[in-house]
Design a protein around this ligand. Structure first.
Ligand code: PLP
Length: 432
């Protein structure tokens, strides 16, 4: 394998880090820098970076790729990233000669230090930094778990204010290992979608900012560093990319990063095929792609990992999941709970680290693809292990639950909730 060091060189001194413009993937118009949407159509905003060649900087984690992140400087206190390595254990089990595993989580033995234990940490840091650079405000994040944990982790590390809106059932995922930063946690009696609706009303109030989900270029390009790190390590683009998806944002991000690497010119001539995996039967992207009936109304109940459920993924919009799949000749897999469990056990035994249930769904998809003869023995495969190492983290740190500041009903008036949030934040010395 080519070493990363071979392609490190000095960047031009007169270009700013992360200098870019933002364009609508629908109509192609240039958009104001902070746009989350285009006024004309539904297309995702996308960053176009001045630097065509990616030159890793001498910075930690994701910040090595700051030229392809929409920020001018790293966020202080943060610096983890995805770490890839060539698999021998799982590769042998699957008969693959060129399996690269990208690990986003906590596994210090390979240099992986993400304390939120998932690739949501990769999104949270640039998203928070971008907000600081664009005038600040209080970030509002509605999430069923991993995203909230990652933003909390980053808010702690950088001492930035944050409002988390989380369904009560998901509070068990909200631990942190550092002290508590300026965070206000709102538990919602209701489901994930109801938490999102409440989060949206909070973020529309003066002084608050929505994180924007898939529409935020900082989130997507933060996740895109998985592809950048792996390709710079291997020296070329893989043939196949496997990831478990809920919204599919990570899949879009991998596709966009691949297009930039293709334009760079040094890493190959073909886009990797996207192989996206969902957990059956709550698998809207799978059903849309395979033209099957949509998920039941009981979803996400009974899922192997409900972070993989998103009722309204950015699918059939310009720059969205369907386009990413079409342009990479991609595939979508449906994975049952039994299969996911077996894949999780196999991975842990073969590679020696615990992984999150969502990541096991991607492993199961790779097993399916192998069985179906879709992947050749010598094909280069990148498997994105989107989260893991919680057991490993527990060996090194004490985990504390983030204090729940208030429990509200999803039907409560947003104004009343916002008034309470302001009161709590003021009590913590944050003016708003
Ligand atoms: C969020 C999440 C996913 C799915 O991410 P997308 O946004 O759908 O790309 C996969 N694995 C883990 C661990 C996650 O937290």
């Amino acid at each position: 394998m080519a070493q990363t060091e071979n392609i490190i060189s000095r960047p031009k001194p007169f270009t700013l880090m992360g200098e870019h413009s933002v364009r609508c993937t629908g109509c192609g118009d240039l958009l104001p820098p902070c746009s989350l949407r285009c006024s004309k159509d539904d297309g995702l905003p996308r960053a176009e970076y001045i630097q065509r060649r990616i030159v890793p900087r001498d910075l930690p984690g994701i910040w090595r790729f700051i030229d392809w992140l929409p920020v001018r400087e790293p966020l202080k206190g943060t610096g983890g990233g995805a770490v890839s390595y060539k698999s021998s254990g799982l590769a042998r089990e699957l008969g693959l000669e060129n399996l690269l595993i990208s690990f986003s989580g906590y596994w210090p033995e390979i240099g992986a230090t993400l304390r939120g234990c998932s690739f949501k940490d990769l999104e949270a840091a640039p998203t928070m930094r971008r907000l600081v650079e664009n005038g600040g405000g209080i970030m509002v994040v509605a999430s069923a778990g991993n995203t909230a944990r990652s933003f909390a982790q980053v808010a702690n590390a950088a001492n930035l204010p944050l409002v988390l809106v989380v369904p009560k059932e998901s509070l068990h995922r909200l631990w942190a290992i550092d002290g508590e930063g300026p965070i206000c946690l709102v538990a919602v009696e209701g489901d994930y979608n109801q938490a999102i609706v409440l989060g949206e009303s909070i973020s529309s109030e003066e002084g608050f900012q929505a994180e924007g989900g898939a529409r935020n270029i900082a989130r997507r390009d933060g996740m895109g560093t998985v592809m950048l790190e792996a390709v710079l390590r291997a020296g070329k683009l893989p043939h196949h990319y496997f990831q478990a998806v809920g919204s599919g944002t990570g899949g879009i991000a991998a596709w966009e990063a691949s297009m930039r690497l293709l334009a760079d010119g040094r890493f190959g001539e073909r886009l990797p095929r996207l192989h996206l995996a969902q957990n059956l039967p709550c698998a809207p992207i799978h059903s849309a792609w395979m033209d099957l009936e949509g998920p039941k109304s009981t979803c996400p109940r009974g899922m192997y990992d409900d972070v993989l459920f998103n009722r309204h993924p950015p699918y059939a919009i310009p720059g969205g999941v369907a386009e990413a799949l079409q342009s990479t000749n991609g595939a979508v897999y449906g994975v049952g709970n039994e299969e996911a469990k077996a894949a999780e056990v196999l991975f842990q035994e073969a590679e020696g680290i615990d992984i999150l249930p969502a990541a096991a769904v991607a492993v199961a998809a790779l097993i399916q693809a192998r069985r179906a003869g879709r992947i050749g023995d010598r094909d280069h495969v990148l498997l994105n292990i989107t989260g893991g190492g919680i057991s490993r983290l527990k060996e090194d740190f004490t985990m504390n639950y983030i204090t729940n500041d208030m429990t509200v009903h999803h039907g409560d008036s947003a104004e009343a909730v916002v008034a309470k949030i302001r009161e709590i934040l003021r009590g913590r010395g944050i003016c708003c």
